[in-house]
Design a protein around this ligand. Structure first.
Ligand code: SAM
Length: 222
C-alpha cells in the first residue's frame, strides 16, 4: 500500500543538507541524544524511523536498533544506510513486538501523522520494559513553524501536513497518564541567517522556552 511518505526520502534528506537544515539537524540531534542517553548494548526501538537519519547516531553509540516504519521507500533507504540494524514494516499503533521488549523506545516526528496518538504512545509504553524510557519528538503547535506548515498545506492538497496533528507540550503530556517532561529546540526561523539562528537558539535554550519547533517528551515506564 502506498504511504504518505513514499515520495519523501530524497526531498527530506536534501532539505537537511541545506545550511539551515544542517543547523536544524544538529540542534534536534543534540536534544534527542540528551533525552535518550543512548548506552552501548541497549535494545532500542526507533518507531517511524524513516530513512534513518536520526537512527544512525544512535547506532554509532553502540545501541542495538530495531526500526519500524509504514513507508517501504523510507525503510529501504534506512536499510541501505544502516545494514547492521533490523528494520520492519509496521504501524506504531500496532507494534509486532511482545510487551517489555525494549530498553528504550524513540519516535522522531512521526506522532503528528498518526490520528490515534494515544494508542500509538500506549504501544510504545507497552513494548518498553519497566524502568525503560520512551522519548517522542513532534512538531510543537506553539511554534511559528506549525502555523506556517498548516498555512502552506492549505495551498498544496498533496502536502503531508494536511494529515498532521500538531501538539503543544501540555497536549503531548496529556496523551498518557504517566508523568513525563518536555523540552523544546529550534527556536529560530527557517529563513534566518545562520549566525542569527545560532544566537536565537542559544538564547531559547538558556531561557528554557517552550515554543521551539522541535518538541520532545520523555517518560520513564513505571
Ligand atoms: C517526518 S518522517 C520522520 C522520519 C524519521 N523519524 C526522522 O526523524 O528523520 C515521519 C515518518 O513516520 C512514518 N510514519 C507515519 N505514521 C506511521 C505509523 N503509523 N507507523 C509507522 N510509521 C509511521 C512515516 O512513514 C515517515 O517515515
Amino acid at each position: 500500500m502506498t504511504q504518505l511518505f513514499d515520495d519523501w526520502p530524497d526531498p527530506y534528506e536534501q532539505w537537511f543538507q541545506t545550511p539551515i537544515g544542517q543547523l536544524v539537524y544538529q540542534t534536534e540531534l543534540a536534544l534527542i541524544l540528551d533525552q535518550v542517553q543512548p548506552q552501548a548494548g541497549e535494545n532500542v526501538l526507533d518507531a517511524g524511523c524513516g530513512s534513518g537519519i536520526f537512527t544512525a547516531p544512535l547506532i554509532e553509540r553502540g545501541v542495538r536498533i530495531t526500526g519500524v516504519d509504514l513507508s517501504l521507500p523510507m525503510l529501504s533507504r534506512a536499510t541501505a544506510r544502516l545494514p547492521q540494524a533490523r528494520f520492519a514494516a509496521a504501524d506504531i499503533g500496532k507494534l509486532p513486538f511482545a510487551d517489555n521488549t525494549f530498553d528504550k523506545c524513540v519516535s522522531i516526528t512521526a506522532l503528528e501523522f498518526i490520528e490515534d496518538a494515544e494508542q500509538a504512545l500506549g504501544e510504545l509504553f507497552r513494548v518498553t520494559r519497566p524502568g525503560g524510557k520512551v522519548v517522542v519528538a513532534t512538531l510543537n503547535s506553539l511554534s511559528p513553524w506549525a502555523a506556517r506548515r498548516h498555512d502552506n498545506a492549505k495551498q498544496d492538497k498533496d502536502s503531508v501536513f494536511n494529515h498532521a496533528w500538531f501538539r503543544s507540550p501540555d497536549e503531548l503530556l496529556a496523551l498518557t497518564p504517566i508523568s513525563g517532561e518536555t523540552h523544546t529546540a529550534v527556536h529560530f526561523d527557517k529563513h534566518c541567517e545562520l549566525a542569527e539562528a545560532k544566537a536565537i537558539e542559544q538564547q531559547g535554550l538558556q531561557q528554557q522556552r517552550n515554543d521551539g519547533a522541535f518538541l520532545i517528551g520523555s517518560w520513564i515506564k513505571p
